[in-house]
Design a protein around this ligand. Structure first.
Ligand code: DI6
Ligand code: FE
Length: 432
């Protein structure tokens, strides 16, 4: 990889293993309307009858075709005819747990018979049951079990995805999950960011030794993941069935000591001070937030932390408490939307369905939902300006949709109008 294409992210670490690469032949995309999702006065950053030029894997020009200067269109080796469809940034699914072994369809049935997610977890099921299956899997078995899930996201226009560990809860398996995530990204040519979530649940062998497990996470797992450059960030589950705010703070201190940015599963099932904790540590994101308070939203805004809404978990668990969307808006907290793809609380493999749920269940507008999967998802992964907008200088990660307007991406339920995906300037058929 050429040095010029390497990118130094906010935390000062080189992010060259996020596969941000130059190269690829020049490309002109014609006969499209563009939802640039750039932060302009125009809804969706719309450019009608647009033209997008790509060189070296990056966008070099975006605008109305009739205004394109000659030098933008001259000497192009390849042209993509968009057929009058809509071009948007490739989608960014900034919160998934898609690497795991087994399923939890049995728990789905138990919940339908009346047991709650927390009751199942406290009875030794839940996250723990996926941990048992995941610990027993080799890296290749984990890749084999998870590949179709990443493929499915990619077929729906996702070009960047965050994958968390958290089903190992021991040194070897946590690192193996991150390696499997890296391998899958390389195999499928999807930009994969990796987040260490060793503080996801207390493993049973540490039942009466919470501090010893936290010492393992802070003293061994985080340092190893940082040294081996396997993690781009550290996450924790701040919840009654997981870790207290004080325990998560301990994890965040260890992450900071190793130069890793932090994120938090915050206020999902109960008010736990998660939003305030995330803000105090200037976390990149606070995720879920159903029980976040007004003060929590204000703190997120002041800290510049993004709220990641995960309506798939709210839907799957049959929750009724919605995240405080109005307060987030009022305080100006950027809102991202993600699938939370995981075997327990959100077996959701469609980013468009997550956007639809964000509108129907949480009251986002279709434009907010699309911004949540593009422009506002990028900073959650430290990739602002790189991905999530169709703007000169950004990576040429794009999705072309067979729709008459970008609001349709949130409107259809269960459809996939994605016709073409462009990754780093390379054109792909999303169905292959
Ligand atoms: N919140 C979630 O939604 C996932 N993890 C978390 O902390 C659920 C994980 C699971 O049930 O397997
Ligand atoms: Fe999650």
């Amino acid at each position: 990889m050429a040095d010029s294409a390497r990118k130094v992210c906010q935390n000062g670490r080189r992010e060259d293993d996020l596969n941000i690469e130059p190269g690829g032949p020049d490309l002109l995309i014609r006969n499209v309307h563009v939802g640039t999702m750039a932060d302009t006065a125009e809804a969706y950053g719309v450019v009608r009858d647009g033209l997008v030029a790509v060189a070296g894997g990056r966008i070099t020009w975006v605008g109305a075709a009739r205004t394109a200067p000659r030098e933008v269109t001259a000497g192009t080796s390849r042209t993509l005819d968009g057929g009058g469809g809509w071009l948007t940034p490739g989608l960014i699914d900034c919160h998934t747990h898609l690497v795991f072994a087994g399923t939890r369809a049995d728990e789905f049935e138990m919940r339908l018979r009346g047991m709650t997610y927390e009751e199942i977890a406290r009875a030794g099921g839940g996250i723990q049951s996926t941990v048992t299956a995941t610990r027993a899997a080799t890296e290749e078995q984990l890749c084999g079990a998870s590949e179709w899930r990443l493929e499915t996201l990619a077929a729906h226009g996702v070009t960047t995805v965050d994958i968390k560990s958290g089903y190992g809860l021991d040194v070897g398996t946590e690192l193996r999950m991150l390696r499997a995530a890296r391998t899958l990204g390389e195999r499928l040519d999807v930009r994969v960011s990796r987040t260490l979530l060793a503080a996801h649940a207390l493993p049973p062998e540490y039942r009466d030794r919470r501090d010893a497990y936290l010492d393992l996470v802070c003293g061994t797992v985080i340092p190893r993941a940082a040294a081996d450059r396997l993690a781009h960030a550290v996450d924790a589950f701040c919840e009654g069935i997981a870790f207290t705010a004080a325990e998560c703070a301990h994890v965040f201190d260890a992450a900071a000591a190793h130069g890793l940015p932090v994120r938090l599963h915050a206020d999902q099932l109960s008010p736990s001070g998660g939003a305030e904790l995330a803000a105090r540590y200037r976390a990149r994101s606070a995720d879920h937030l159903e029980y976040a308070t007004e003060a929590g939203c204000r703190a997120l805004a002041a800290a510049g932390t993004t709220a990641v809404l995960l309506p798939g978990a709210y839907y799957t668990l049959g929750e009724s408490r919605r995240p405080p969307v109005d307060a987030l808006r009022r305080h100006g907290v950027p809102i991202a939307v993600a699938t939370d793809l995981n075997p327990g609380s959100s077996p959701v493999t469609s980013p468009l369905l997550a956007m639809n749920m964000a509108c129907v269940l949480f009251g986002l507008t279709p434009e907010e939902a699309l911004a949540g999967m593009t422009r506002h998802a990028a900073p959650v992964l430290g990739l602002q300006g790189e991905v999530g907008v169709v703007s000169p200088g950004a990576c040429a990660d794009l999705a072309l949709w067979d729709v008459d307007h970008p609001s349709e991406l949130s409107y259809w339920v269960g459809a996939n109008p994605c016709r073409v995906v462009v990754r780093g300037g390379e054109v792909h058929d999303p169905r292959k």
